[in-house]
Write a protein that binds this ligand. Structure first.
Ligand code: C2E
Ligand code: MG
Ligand code: MG
Length: 881
């Protein structure tokens, strides 16, 4: 098609005089003539150049004579011209010439024509002795024509000029044959008409061929379109019966074309199950009968499978305005409808568990509560939060976490049966809506069942996983009649359940509101206290068990409320964490502690508690670094106490944080060990220097029958294996202290060695007592120990040693002054010259040892005796008189 188009454009009518005239006149030019004319047209510049040469040659009488003989005749001239044209027709068909022929643009043509015509006119006037006026006339004809060509590029004008120029010498040479000019001009006109006819025919032919080609192309495109399933076509007759339908469309609805042809068009559209006309059928039926166009009407197809179409159609009328039928297109909407349905489903359901999601649960709760109708429905809302899920997710990976959530969802669904709807709100939060249940006994049983079911072990990828769940319950209409109130109250109940130790359920109670309100007020006051310097810190000594040397102090924040008095950090720290105030408090505590520790003895450490929220902050290591740099204390004097909570907070890269802190050189202690999940992998992965055994294991460990001692011992063995130190927290009594010592804890912290005190007191104690602490407290099964600083003599065999009593009770004493005494060694303790007791070394650490008297003594007697100066070993046991 492109070939046809270009040849039509290049075809230029031209003039081979007296050639094919008859055929041209008969209306349709033969192909050879068309080709010849095209060739001449294409070779136009060459024609002009050849002509120019010939005329130049003819201008030389010698050449002219040689060429044409003595008589220059018009006949000879025309013959030459004719031959030239013939040559022009033939020569371009010779292959070698085609290769050589230069491509000359039309713009080159203009000057050639101008030059050719000028020379031609001059020759006419000189060679053929035509009157100058005639030459001027010719000039006047040729020149404007040439200019017109150059301006308009009109090829017909060019043809006309050629014609006129060719005929002109004939007319001027034989003025007496001027009467012949009229028929000749007529002939020329005919010739021109023939040429135009040829051109018009050629254009027509081209046009028809173009149309056919376009039609074929359109057909191919339509077939492709149909086969690709992007759309189909249909046609009906005047009575609305199908006369054409795309084959692929027919295949879609599982019928054959033969079955459909001649059927009413509405048979393509799906019917109501009851057999009644559907809404869509009625709409389309209306358009067909009203003969009005319709577009993009979504209809269900009359097919077995679910199939949706978008139908468009318009009435077809003949050129006389007569209605012929309908014609239209069909687009397949099935995939789009399905994906829309999927999107709608995803918008309402949780993709992981398949349970209803938050949006759907909210809608259902609203519906259960009576929705916008204002009717208050009875319904119960359970809010559930999984315990320890974060730890599972973090340690075992997200795929395990996902599998766990799916299993939890199944257990919950099983537990509630079909009386309730279970939904997942996100993360490890679930919700259950029970319409119309108000019996609290029943609800409590259900909550028990849920907790029990969820707490059973799960096996995921061959590993056993155990988690728990806490449940908050709010019952409508008592605990709220609208969605938001009920949800908030269930949330308060859940908060209480978690606060009360997790794995339990709580009904909402009004007091919870009061608690929440109280927390809110405390939060306000805390903000105020922070901004007005209402907080201060105290330090509690941490003592090395073996030597009783103070290894460091734990920093404990204190808040004295203007009205309520001192408030425990166990109460206000969680509030600060929730209110986003903990980072501010923590930063201040860290800075204060480091600045205070600068004035302590060089090797005394300072421990600071770090909230999981502080720990989750990526800039925390930088903050620690700056604080250390500002205070100037050595990093290994700072101990950061971290609870297991850091492993549970979302989004914390704990390992990276540990690595950064260790890189700073600070020490890390795992605080309150044993109260959380005590998952041993924490100890494996985190580079702790110390484990702080929670007070709950220490307290009462010395009481007969308590298993706490065994637990402490196990923790100590574990820590020793991991080369970590241990601090037993909360030792209050001498018995506890001794038990801790015997169990091998490396450090002790507790009231037995001192309560938290202000830095001034710490400094004063350092000045007065040095770096050793003195245990003081009740001995649960014995008399209280008395602190004492009394010089004694220790007699062993023939040897006598100077020593001091640090504390004493009726059954024993702590003695300082003799290093590395083997346990079991028996000494005579000489309190005075005449008061001696036998005592056995129970333990020894550094230069201290614990001694047990062979028999109880009277402490008053010790006090009444004058301190000893010199004792001579008698080798016998001395007793007070
Ligand atoms: P903790 O880190 O385990 O601190 C030890 C707690 O045990 C302190 O309670 C301390 O006063 C108390 N204690 C020490 N020895 C004994 C004892 O022999 N008997 C008894 N009954 N208690 C003893 P406190 O000061 O009330 O602090 C409670 C908790 O508040 C701390 O537990 C710690 O988790 C948190 N806390 C305190 N100060 C800060 C702080 O600056 N930042 C952060 N994030 N938490 C802090
Ligand atoms: Mg602590
Ligand atoms: Mg602790």
């Amino acid at each position: 098609m492109r070939a046809l188009q270009s040849s039509s454009r290049e075809t230029t009518p031209s003039l081979p005089v007296a050639m094919g005239l008859a055929e041209a006149c008969s209306g349709r030019a033969p192909a050879w003539l068309v080709r010849a004319l095209s060739t001449i047209s294409m070779m136009w510049p060459l024609v002009v150049m050849a002509r120019l040469c010939i005329f130049l040659a003819l201008g030389d009488p010698a050449i002219g004579r040689w060429l044409l003989g003595d008589t220059l005749s018009v006949g000879a001239f025309l013959t030459v011209q004719f031959c030239l044209d013939m040559a022009i027709i033939v020569v371009p068909r010779v292959g070698s010439f085609q290769r050589l022929a230069p491509h000359i643009q039309l713009r080159w043509l203009v000057p050639f024509i101008f030059a050719s015509a000028s020379v031609y006119a001059l020759l006419c006037s000189s060679v053929f002795a035509v009157a100058g006026s005639a030459a001027s006339l010719l000039f006047a004809v040729v020149m404007p024509s040439v200019v017109a060509v150059s301006i308009f590029g009109a090829q017909r004008i060019l043809g006309f000029v050629y014609c006129a120029a060719t005929l002109s010498p004939f007319l001027f040479e034989m003025p007496d044959t001027l009467p012949l000019a009229v028929p000749v001009a007529g002939l020329a006109g005919l010739l021109l008409a023939a040429i135009m006819q040829v051109r018009a025919d050629q254009d027509n032919l081209q046009h028809r061929q173009d149309n056919v080609m376009r039609g074929e192309q359109a057909l191919e495109l339509l077939t492709d379109f149909e086969e690709a399933g992007q759309g189909w076509f249909w046609e009906t007759d005047r009575s609305g019966r199908v006369t054409y339908v795309s084959e692929t469309l027919v295949a879609r609805i599982g019928k054959t074309t033969q079955e459909l042809l001649g059927q009413p068009f509405l048979a393509l559209i799906g019917q109501d199950p009851s057999g009644k006309a559907t809404e869509e059928q009625r709409t389309i039926g209306f358009h067909l009968s009203a003969r009005t166009a319709f577009a993009d009407l979504a209809v269900r197809a009359a097919s077995q499978e679910e199939c949706w179409w978008s139908l468009s159609g318009r009435p077809v009328v003949s050129e006389f305005g007569q209605f012929l039928g309908f014609r239209g297109s069909v687009a397949d909407l099935t995939a789009m409808r399905k994906s829309q349905a999927e999107v709608a489903r995803l918008a309402r359901f949780d993709s992981l568990t398949g349970l209803a999601n938050r949006v759907q649960m909210q809608a259902m709760l609203e519906q259960a509560l009576g929705g916008s109708s204002g009717h208050q429905g009875d319904c119960t809302l359970f809010l559930l939060d999984l315990d320890r899920f974060k730890a599972v997710n973090d340690t075992m990976g997200h795929p395990v976490g996902d599998a766990l959530l799916r299993q939890v969802a199944q257990r919950l669904t099983r537990a509630v049966g079909n009386v309730a709807t279970v939904g997942r709100l996100g993360g490890d939060e679930f919700q259950i809506i029970l319409p119309a249940i108000v019996d609290r006994g029943e609800l409590a049983k259900l909550a028990e069942r849920i907790i029990h079911g969820v707490s059973q072990p799960y096996v995921i990828e061959g590993t056993q996983v155990v988690i728990g769940v806490s449940v908050g319950i709010a019952v409508a209409p008592f605990d709220g009649i609208d969605r938001d109130t009920l949800t908030r109250n269930a949330d308060l109940a859940l908060y209480e359940a978690k606060d009360a130790g997790r794995g339990i359920w709580r009904f909402y109670a009004k007091e919870m509101h009061a608690d929440a309100e109280d927390r809110r007020r405390l939060e306000q006051d805390l903000r105020h206290a922070i901004s007005t310097g209402g907080l201060h810190v105290e330090y509690q000594p941490v003592v090395t068990t073996a030597t009783e040397k103070i290894s460091g102090f734990e920093t404990l924040v204190r808040w004295t409320h203007p009205e309520r008095g001192p408030i425990s950090p166990s109460l206000f720290i969680p509030i600060a964490e929730e209110a986003g105030l903990i980072s501010q408090i923590g930063e201040w505590v860290l800075r204060t502690a480091c600045l205070d520790a600068v004035h302590w003895p060089e090797d005394t450490r300072v421990a600071v508690n770090v909230s999981p929220i502080q720990f989750a902050n990526p800039i925390f290591p930088t903050l620690v670094m700056h604080t250390l740099a500002k205070s100037g204390i050595s990093p290994d004097r700072l101990e950061l106490e971290i609870t297991e909570g850091v492993f549970l907070s979302e989004g914390t890269n704990t390992e990276a944080m540990f690595a950064q802190l260790k890189a700073l050189g600070v020490r890390l202690a795992l605080d309150d060990f044993g109260t959380g999940y005590s998952a041993l992998h924490y100890l494996r992965t985190a580079p702790f220097d110390k484990i702080k055994i929670d007070q709950s294991f220490v307290r009462g460990a010395a009481i007969k029958g308590s298993r706490n001692g065994a637990i402490v011992k196990a923790i100590v063995s574990l820590a020793e294996a991991l080369q970590m130190e241990t601090t037993a927290e909360g030792a209050e009594t001498i018995d506890e202290l001794e038990l801790i010592r015997s169990l091998g804890c490396s450090h002790v912290q507790g009231f037995v060695y001192g309560r938290p005190v202000a830095n001034e007191v710490v400094m004063a104690n350092f000045a007065e007592q040095g770096v050793y602490a003195e245990a003081s407290g009740f001995k649960t099964s014995r008399e209280k120990r008395r602190t004492m600083f009394r010089s004694i003599k220790l007699l062993h065999g023939a040897n006598s040693y100077d020593a001091r009593i640090r504390n004493i009770s009726t059954g024993g004493a702590m003695v300082e002054g003799l290093a590395d005494v083997p346990a079991g060694t028996v000494f005579q303790i000489a309190f005075s010259a005449n008061f001696m007791v036998e005592a056995r070394c129970r333990w020894s650490s550094g230069d201290r040892m614990g001694m047990e008297f062979a028999e109880p003594i009277e402490l008053e007697q010790v006090n009444s005796e004058a301190p000893i100066k010199e004792v001579v070993s008698t080798g016998i046991r001395h007793r007070a008189a």
